[in-house]
Design a protein around this ligand. Structure first.
Ligand SMILES: *Cc1c(COP(=O)(O)O)cnc(C)c1O
Length: 471
């Protein structure tokens, strides 16, 4: 399998190159040269999560790693999860339309967020490929909260990796921050930036654009611009389908969305033949995607802090991969569109392109008050506590079931539960009066000392900090 840039530049690259590089040299994102077809569902039924992960993702890797090594790495990655199913599916009743409703629990990994599913694999893949090549990398990433802890956990103690994670001051939950700042491995550094997540992400992009710095320190990306993360997330769309249907009929998925990485993996699964009816993009008040899919216009807006901070994003990087497809893989057209967006703060698509987007995605948004009501209702009805991100998805599902795209009673709906409620205890307690407890293994999080580095939202300042630490 070879990979090309969404902006059309450069030569095709291997999986190992794309894994280590993240962002293409022309500023684009890597996508496979062709979309592989998934194995038939009947062949996957009854197999373990790790076995299905290998079967589903192998075509993306083929040629870069030995199959037996890959099987071992996948096994080790998913052995870190708290439950043998890795990503369990929980029935939670029906939607008002009568459609069966399920939660896909993606938060049973080491840091309690769905990002572990991809990053536990990606960290191990880094290690493997770097030792084959006898190289080192410096991972640089931005986080709105969950990526940081998941990335740092995945990189902790790796011999050939240093990791710098930028987070926006005061905009992550305390649990999220402590999960980053209390890790003790010497190769990890959490960097607080005065600003928003988008400021952090812009700094990361600027560092990657500074080619001499990038080559000097061997920068690698761990944000969901890294293709390997999207790839790893394809697996749970397949396992969820297997869990809610015993035939090849359709399933709809509702995905709380920020950077568009998670829902894009669902799109890749559908593209590979998974029977998906609707893919729903659920946003909080930071609704750039919902506005885009509704009107065809993408316009910059201020980021508003919400109770679901991992979705407080107004520039969704992975949308570029979808735009590349709906623009018929015309790299220069993608570059032109995104250049105009950056320059003018708004850009529109119309006609066939907008139709193509709408034929594949539905969308909805939910404000904090409604998300709190969903948390309260679900707790009353089922005894389950939802985190605020998951609640945004569920609330949007309920709205779209009311005569909308999720109203077919024959199509099961799977809502992706993206974080453990104890990662966002204030929002959950505010909604239900109950403060969710962290799993026992994280019980001492609030007693451990924190290590925080600080940099201005300024590229030179950040580069200094990184060079100094690398020595
Ligand atoms: C990262 C995250 C999201 C958003 O996922 P994207 O892949 O960026 O769309 C949603 N919920 C939680 C809890 C997250 O950590």
């Amino acid at each position: 399998m070879r990979y090309v840039s969404t902006r059309g530049g450069g030569e095709p690259r291997s999986f190992a190159d794309v894994l280590l590089d993240g962002l293409a040299r022309d500023g684009g994102l890597y996508v496979p040269e062709a979309w592989p077809v998934l194995p038939p569902l009947a062949d996957l039924r009854g197999r373990s999560f790790a076995e299905i992960a290998v079967a589903v993702t192998w075509p993306f890797i083929d040629g870069a790693i030995e199959r037996l090594d890959y099987e071992r790495i996948v096994d080790e990655a998913y052995a870190t999860f708290d439950v043998p199913e890795v990503c369990p599916v929980i029935p939670i009743g029906t939607l008002p339309s009568g459609a069966p409703l399920h939660l896909l629990e993606l938060y049973r990994g080491p840091t309690l967020a769905f990002k572990d599913v991809a990053l536990q694999l990606v960290g191990r893949l880094f290690d493997h490929v770097l030792s084959l090549r006898n190289e080192r990398i410096c991972v640089l990433g931005a986080t709105s909260g969950d990526t940081g802890s998941a990335a740092m956990d995945a990189c902790a103690g790796l011999d050939r990796v240093d990791a710098f994670i930028l987070f926006p001051a005061g905009r992550t939950s305390e649990v999220q921050r402590r999960q980053m700042t209390t890790l003790t491995a010497a190769n990890l550094c959490a960097v607080e930036i005065p600003g928003t997540f988008d400021d952090c992400q812009d700094l990361v992009k600027a560092a990657f654009a500074d080619t001499s710095f990038r080559d000097d320190v061997h920068l690698a990306a761990i944000n969901s611009i890294n293709w390997a993360r999207v790839m790893a997330q394809i697996t749970y769309y397949v396992t969820a389908h297997l869990a809610v249907r015993d035939d090849d009929g359709p399933v709809s998925f509702v995905v709380p969305t920020g950077n568009f990485g998670n829902v894009l993996a669902g799109w890749v699964a559908a593209r590979g033949g998974l029977p998906v009816d609707r893919l729903v993009v659920a946003s909080n008040r930071n609704d750039v995607l919902t506005r885009f899919f509704t009107t065809g216009t993408m316009s910059l807006a201020e980021v508003v802090p919400t109770t679901s901070p991992s979705m407080d994003i107004q520039v969704s990087s992975n949308l570029e991969r979808l735009l590349f497809e709906v623009l018929d893989r015309d790299g220069p057209a993608v570059a032109e569109l995104l250049g105009r967006f950056r320059g003018e703060g708004a850009v529109s698509v119309t006609g066939a392109v907008l139709d193509a987007l709408r034929s594949e995605f539905d969308c909805g948004r939910l404000d904090d008050e409604s998300a709190a009501r969903v948390i309260r209702d679900v707790h009353h009805r089922t005894g389950l506590l939802l985190d605020p991100h998951t609640a945004v998805g569920l609330g949007v599902a309920e709205e779209l079931a009311d005569g909308g795209p999720l109203s077919d009673p024959e199509v099961p709906v799977v809502c992706l539960a993206t974080a453990h409620p104890a990662k966002f205890p204030d929002a959950v307690e505010g909604a239900t009066g109950i403060r969710p407890a962290l799993p026992e293994r994280l019980g001492d999080l609030f007693d451990l000392p924190e290590r925080i580095a600080r940099a201005e939202a300024d590229l030179a300042d950040l580069e200094d900090l990184i060079r100094q630490r690398l020595g």
